[in-house]
Design a protein around this ligand. Structure first.
Ligand SMILES: [Zn+2]
Length: 120
């Protein structure tokens, strides 16, 4: 899939975030890359044969007690990883949406264990 098209899917996914939640997102960039780097894989304990679809890096809102003068939070969506786990464009659309929601939840301080419980 062309990068331009994929980026449009990411923007669409962001547009589906309810307004009252989106309004509370603060200082966070959302970017698209092809694949995670070796160090991103290592830090997140992703092993051979596993894919990292998205990554949240930053200071969750719940941890911003003395926050200032820092780089924005960064959410990265990995296009080639998502394409690798999907068979069809429809699946890509769904996986982008799931990944965007998952990483935004991290921005709000919700951890992976809790997200597993919620099925997100
Ligand atoms: Zn996660």
């Amino acid at each position: 899939m062309e990068r331009r098209l994929f980026e449009r899917l990411v923007r669409k996914a962001l547009d589906t975030i309810p307004e009252d939640i989106a309004a509370h997102m603060d200082n966070v960039d959302v970017v698209v890359e092809d694949w995670p780097t070796q160090s991103q894989l290592a830090v997140n304990e992703i092993h051979d044969g596993e894919y990292l679809l998205g990554l949240y890096e930053g200071v969750p809102l719940t941890s911003r007690h003395e926050y200032g003068n820092v780089l924005p939070d960064k959410i990265t969506i990995f296009q080639r990883s998502i394409e690798a786990v999907c068979q069809t464009n429809d699946e890509v659309v769904m996986e982008v949406r799931n990944t965007v929601v998952h990483e935004i939840a991290h921005h709000f301080g919700i951890d992976d264990d809790r997200l597993d419980e919620l099925g997100v």
